[in-house]
Each structure stands twice: as structure tokens, then as C-alpha cells.
Design a binder for this molecule. Sequence first.
Ligand SMILES: NC(=O)c1ccc[n+]([C@@H]2O[C@H](COP(=O)([O-])OP(=O)(O)OC[C@H]3O[C@@H](n4cnc5c(N)ncnc54)[C@H](OP(=O)(O)O)[C@@H]3O)[C@@H](O)[C@H]2O)c1
Length: 229
Amino acid sequence: MKKKSIIVVGASRGIGKEMVLQLAENATHTIYALSRNLEKMQENFASLENVHCFAFDLAKNDVREQAELIFSHIDTIDILINNAGKLVNKPFLELNKEDLSDCYQVNAIGVMQTVQAALPKMKVAHIVNISTIGGFQGSVKFPGLTAYSTSKAAVVSFTELFAEEYKDTSIKMNCLCLGAAQTEMLEEAFPGYQAPVSASKMAKYIVDFALTADQWMNGKVIPVSLSTP
Ligand SMILES: NC(=O)c1ccc[n+]([C@@H]2O[C@H](COP(=O)([O-])OP(=O)(O)OC[C@H]3O[C@@H](n4cnc5c(N)ncnc54)[C@H](OP(=O)(O)O)[C@@H]3O)[C@@H](O)[C@H]2O)c1
């Protein structure tokens, strides 16, 4: 397999951290790990020479500029995995403007701004957006997740729109709508709930998908979940 330059956004813990660890096993890959918690990433990946860590905050107003600065250190981007996520679990009537706008900024607007910054560095590339099964039409829904799941549904729509606009290029975008995986985010939102899939197992699926699926699909939204429906 050709050596690849891979960005993982949301890499300090959970599924993103596991993805970086798995991707780094192939020494020909260079992985750029982005998250707010730079110290934690540097600690997680200290022994991995092919991982470079950058502080990055999707909640800020200057996401495109932050990303452009980070990407200026990189010649070509082959894979971008937009994995970061913000979850708010609150009854609908208790959601304030900040809850809504923070979820939309981190989960949707920030993702689009990161892609805007990455495009000038992409020739043949695969962008993978990580959404949730709750943002997939007709899927199982959970009370309290309006801010989170609607903002993640925006990324589903973005995936289809981007693929249409860039269909004559070699830049492909797909979206995975994940079911429950055992991570800190899940434990914080639903204390005590036991997910049927570990963070590392979910990461393996995403890593394999990111490395290969652009050969067969573009603009596709795929549920990756053991739940029914
Ligand atoms: N776990 C599940 O059951 C589940 C189910 C469906 C979908 N998902 C989705 O899968 C993805 C990974 O989930 P996870 O469970 O592994 O979550 P997690 O444990 O909370 O990890 C999320 C990652 O995103 C980063 N992040 C959060 N806010 C950020 C911001 N403002 N700027 C930059 N990075 C930020 C976090 O790092 P810092 O705090 O260092 O910034 C962290 O590395 C998310 O998009 C989530 O919505 C998860």
C-alpha cells in the first residue's frame, strides 16, 4: 500500500486515539493527531515516530485558520478523518442557545471549515466524517440528544452535498454513522451503559474503511451499528 499522510481530528481519547495507534502500526504512514488536549496526545503517542500532534479546537471561531496553519506543515493530505464530537444530553426544553450552537460548531460547522482548509492539500483523497446512528434517518433515537444528533445529521447531509460538488475530482467523502462504542464520551453521557463494541474494535472498522472504501464509494452514509432499527 502506498504511504499515506493521514489526519485524525479528535485523537486524544476514545475511538480517535485507538485509530491513531492502529494507523501508526504501518510505519510508512504519517499521522497527524489533532485535539484540544495536546499534552494527552503527546503522552499517548510518545513512542510513535510517525505521529505528530497538534492542538486544535473546533469550538473556536477561527477553525479554518487553525487548520490552515497546521496543514501548512504537510505537503499532501491523503486521508482526513473528522472524528471529534461534542455530546450534550439534556431534555429538549432545557437546551439553551449555547448547547445548540456549541454542538453545531464542533460537530458540523467546524468539520466543514476543516475540510475547507484541507482541500488545497488534497489531490487523491478520502475524507471520512464520523456521525452517529442517531443522525441517520429512520434509525433508533434517544431522548435528550436533540442538539447532538441534529448537528451530526448536518454532517450526513454535508457528505452528500460535498460528494456531488466534487464528483469530478479524485477527492471522495463518505460518512459513518456509529452505534454505541465503549468510550469516555459514552460513559459521561450514559453512565453505566455497556456498549456492545469497544473503542478499539470500532476504530478498526473506521481505519480499514478510511484506507480503502474510496475505491468503491463516494457520498455514501453508512450505519455502523448493532442496534435495530
Ligand atoms: N462512543 C460512541 O458510542 C459513539 C456513538 C456514535 C457516534 N460517536 C462519534 O464518534 C466520535 C468519537 O467518539 P468517542 O466516543 O471516541 O468520543 P470521545 O471519547 O469524547 O473523544 C472525542 C474526541 O474529540 C475531541 N474533541 C472534542 N471536542 C473537540 C473540540 N472542540 N476540538 C477538537 N477536538 C475535540 C476530544 O479531544 P479533546 O478533548 O482533547 O479536544 C476527543 O479526542 C465522535 O464524533 C462521536 O460523536 C461515538
